[in-house]
Ligand binder design. Structure first.
Ligand SMILES: *[C@@H]1O[C@H](CO)[C@@H](O)[C@H](O)[C@H]1NC(C)=O
Ligand SMILES: *[C@@H]1O[C@H](CO)[C@@H](O)[C@H](O)[C@H]1NC(C)=O
Ligand SMILES: *[C@@H]1O[C@H](CO)[C@@H](O)[C@H](O)[C@H]1NC(C)=O
Length: 289
């Protein structure tokens, strides 16, 4: 529960509130610290405001170059030179890396319905999987069954302006769509675009957690986590009794992801050139013979 709130606090700093016009509570109520390697896909997505401060979201690494996050994190902030990412760290003590491309979903309209709240960031330099850095699998079905416990995580703040220090993780269940339809009484919640997740008992994500992946290993024997949701929006006040959150339904956006998150040819040409060298050497040997 605390975890969710903590996550909440993280999210608060971020665009979550500006995009949704929902002022979520920024107080952390508690959480479970994540250990390095627990959720190795988790990245910190920052955006320098140019005056020594930054805003941030969470994100999830889906391959060597691309990070899945929320569109509302970048609705007006699209200057790649101001964006940065921290990978493979729970305490944010490793060097930030640069971003070369920001792609928000073309149908995303801020302050409308929050539909299409999904974005992709491309790292300037590809990374490899390691004990602390891992890739997410994309889902092969729309949602785990109602009741399935999902993991999500984020860096929390105790108050605005205080730097986040520790990644917190929380487990929250998939719940029936009708719960969010009723909870978000503005009539905008639509299950095509979202998953409804939350135990309603205090485990929650919050503004700073926006863009973070909601994952499970349901129906997979893969060691990698599968991403089903992206933290998008929630009611005012994080972690309050009865709260549920709306999480972008990743399965609905597979076309967008697969058509954009294409890794550059670096690894393929590398192998090709290796093969080519082998062939050339073989040829040289043959000629010598
Ligand atoms: C930094 O810039 C942002 C965006 O312009 C502004 O909201 C914030 O108050 C500024 N913070 C400081 C400490 O100047
Ligand atoms: C796992 O897959 C089966 C068959 O596709 C499906 O019926 C079941 O609901 C899935 N389990 C969960 C928890 O989603
Ligand atoms: C949800 O969105 C889908 C796809 O745009 C649409 O067909 C459907 O009517 C919407 N449902 C509600 C309840 O608005």
């Amino acid at each position: 529960m605390n975890l969710k709130l903590l996550i909440c606090a993280l999210a608060c700093l971020v665009h979550y509130s500006t995009a949704d016009n929902v002022g979520r509570d920024i107080k952390i109520s508690g959480g479970t610290p994540a250990s390095l390697g627990d959720l190795p896909y988790q990245v910190f997505v920052g955006y320098n405001l140019g005056n020594g401060t930054y805003e941030f979201c969470g994100g999830g690494l889906i391959n060597s170059e691309w990070i899945l996050t929320a569109a509302h994190c970048f609705e007006v902030k699209k200057d790649v030179s101001k964006a940065f990412v921290i990978l493979g760290s729970v305490s944010l003590n490793t060097r930030p890396v640069s971003v070369k491309t920001i792609i928000t979903h073309p149908n995303y309209i801020s302050d409308a319905y929050n539909y299409y709240d999904i974005a992709l960031l491309q790292l300037s330099n590809p990374v490899k999987e390691s004990a602390s850095i891992g890739f997410l699998n994309l889902p092969t079905f729309s949602s785990p069954a109602v009741g399935t416990l999902m993991w999500t995580a984020g860096w929390g703040l105790t108050q605005s302006g205080i730097k986040p220090t520790q990644l917190l993780k929380v487990q929250i269940p998939i719940v029936a769509q009708s719960i969010c339809v009723n909870a978000f009484s503005d009539g905008k919640y639509n299950e095509t675009y979202f998953l409804c997740i939350g135990d309603g008992k205090g485990k929650d994500t919050c503004q700073g957690d926006s863009g973070g992946a909601v994952v499970s290993k349901v129906n997979t024997t893969d060691t990698r986590w599968t991403v089903y949701g992206i933290t998008s929006y929630g009611p005012e006040g994080c972690g309050l009794q009865g709260n549920r959150g709306a999480y972008s339904r990743v399965f609905n956006y597979l076309d967008f992801i697969k058509s954009n998150a294409v890794t550059s040819a670096s690894s393929t040409p590398h192998h090709c050139s290796k093969a080519l060298i082998v062939v050339l050497i073989a040829f040289a040997l043959l000629l010598n013979l």
